[in-house]
Design a protein around this ligand. Structure first.
Ligand code: HEC
Ligand code: HEC
Length: 475
């Protein structure tokens, strides 16, 4: 009997001994991450840097890290283009409400800002407004599904919220944003908090907004390097598109198809957060029209949704200003990478490739032949974009289709120059609506086709994460 009790106790003790590590293991799995995945080993990821890669814009690359780093002309600018570049800087920096010496100001009557520079501060990036402040460099686009299912501008507020009106009259209304905290965890147990935006419209001049209106808040992107992006041959961009994910890597990539107003055809979209514009020229004409309320030969009608009433004959934009500002933007240069020799940055570059960032943020293209622009032709460039649309998941969706882009698709933005935004614009707000407060938050918001890449990032060790961020900062 005694022996039996002793044996039972031994069995019990052994079971307890086995149970304890099991419980500890289960507890660790539960608390580490949702997936319980281990920290990623990056030792095998090799640097991919090749000599000269730091010249992100090839032979056009300039060296500047100052507040003017985004406003310089291509390093190899041909002499014949100097004049036009500097002439184009003038209308870019102009406040178009201060031209009363030339008759009534062409701005408005409704508008979002009085000039390009107001949103693209120093040819750079905008940011969302602070809580309860008025937006300066973020726009809000509207659309509505009509009876036959097509997406059209709101009949009352048009295709964009115009916060201002000429003569100090009340604009259409204002947008405000507040942020809710969203908590998350890294595989090594560290935690992070993201800020999820919530928008509201106030002081609406023409009554409440139709509840069915879909809206898209967007901050102004930087403006340099666009001549090079325009010069990438269409076939090279389309070659990377994989709309049905035939190679089963979870990443599809679609080309946006948008109207080319001048050539009256449908073509590849390249510019804007959803690649809604095909050329620099059309992008700028659209900016004059939708953002500043200035009509041009390409967009002769006011799109604010209200009759143009500032007494100006159409088009309001002179041909000389239009031509030179397009040349100016086309010839804005990409700054050179910094610290590319640093082992940490090189390791960060290896991790960037190793965790699939480069599947969308394409590291290398060669530009084609650009008639009249030998500077832009045949350059090997490192834009870190494929110019394609990717489904980025519900977290980033604005639920407003744009061309063939769905409500959750966004164009991969170029990452060149991204580390200089704080020098030029004094902030580090990223993504289409500027919700990310730093580069790491931008990565952590990635979902949809980029979900696997985001998950791999969360599985990096603290030092690998720091190396990847150091790499982005060097761009
Ligand atoms: C009210 C703010 C605002 C003003 C004013 C403004 N922009 Fe923009 N700009 C934006 C936003 C927002 C986008 C992104 C648009 C989109 O996603 O479709 C943009 C996009 C662009 C792009 C495409 C950049 C890229 O990387 O794809 C160019 C070029 C551009 N603007 C030039 C100009 C010029 C030139 C002017 C002056 C005529 C101007 N903008 C005025 C906010 C503004
Ligand atoms: C499936 C394609 C895809 C993958 C993979 C991907 N990205 Fe992105 N990335 C995008 C798109 C699209 C956006 C724009 C999303 C938005 O603005 O809402 C973006 C935005 C960014 C931004 C902000 C850029 C800006 O101008 O505000 C950074 C930084 C960035 N990505 C870095 C990375 C890094 C680092 C990785 C790897 C961990 C990565 N991305 C993986 C497509 C991708």
């Amino acid at each position: 009997m005694k022996q039996y009790v002793w044996a039972r106790r031994r069995l019990f003790n052994m079971a307890l001994l086995l149970l304890v590590p099991l419980l500890v293991f289960a507890y660790q799995r539960m608390t580490s991450t949702r997936w319980g995945a281990a920290v990623l080993n990056t030792a095998a990821m090799r640097p991919v840097y090749r000599n000269g890669d730091e010249l992100l814009g090839g032979g056009t690359t300039i060296v500047d890290t100052s507040r003017d780093a985004f406003g310089r002309s291509l390093r190899n600018l041909v002499t014949g283009h100097w004049d036009e570049f500097y002439q184009g800087k003038v209308p870019f920096e102009r406040d178009w409400d201060r031209m009363l010496d030339r008759g009534p100001a062409p701005v408005g009557p409704f508008f979002s800002a009085v000039g390009c520079e107001r949103c693209h501060d120093h040819d750079g990036r905008g940011r969302p407004p602070e809580s309860n402040a008025i937006s300066e460099s973020m726009i809000v686009r509207f659309s509505l599904q009509d009876a036959d299912g097509s997406w059209v501008p709101d009949p009352v507020y048009g295709e964009q919220l115009d916060m201002y009106h000429i003569g100090g009259e009340q604009g259409e209304g204002i947008v405000q944003v507040r942020y809710d905290d969203v908590a998350g965890e890294f595989a090594d147990g560290g935690s992070f908090t993201l800020a999820k935006p919530e928008y509201s419209f106030h002081h609406l001049r023409f009554g409440p907004m139709n509840e069915r209106v879909r809206f898209s808040p967007r901050v102004a992107p930087f403006n340099f390097g666009l001549g090079l992006l325009e010069a990438i041959p269409e076939r090279d961009i389309l070659a990377a598109a994989d709309p049905d994910d035939a190679n089963h890597d979870g990443i599809s990539g679609r080309a946006n198809r948008v109207p080319d107003v001048a050539r009256k055809c449908t073509t590849l979209g390249r510019f804007g957060w959803k690649a809604g514009q095909p050329t620099i020229e059309q992008q700028i004409a659209k900016a004059f029209n939708a953002d500043i309320g200035i009509t041009s030969t390409l967009y002769p009608d006011d799109v604010s949704g209200h009759a143009s009433a500032n007494g100006r004959t159409q088009p309001e934009l002179g041909e000389q200003d239009f031509r030179t500002i397009v040349t100016y933007v086309r010839l804005l240069a990409v700054p050179r990478q910094r610290n590319w020799q640093s082992p940490v940055v090189q390791h960060g570059g290896a991790v960037f490739n190793g965790i699939q960032c480069a599947s969308c943020h394409t590291t290398r293209f060669e530009t084609g032949d650009v008639p009249g622009y030998p500077e832009l032709s045949h350059q090997v460039i490192h834009p870190y974009t494929d110019l394609l649309l990717h489904d980025m998941g519900d977290g980033l969706a604005d639920n407003r289709p744009d061309g063939v882009a769905s409500g959750s698709e966004w164009r991969t933005p170029p990452l060149w120059g991204i580390g200089l935004v704080k020098n030029v614009n004094g902030h580090s707000r990223f993504l289409h609506d500027g919700r990310a407060r730093n580069l790491e938050e931008a990565i952590l918001w990635h979902g949809g086709e980029a979900a696997a890449s985001q998950e791999l990032y969360r599985r990096l060790s603290v030092s690998d994460r720091a190396a990847l961020i150091a790499f982005l900062e060097s761009l």
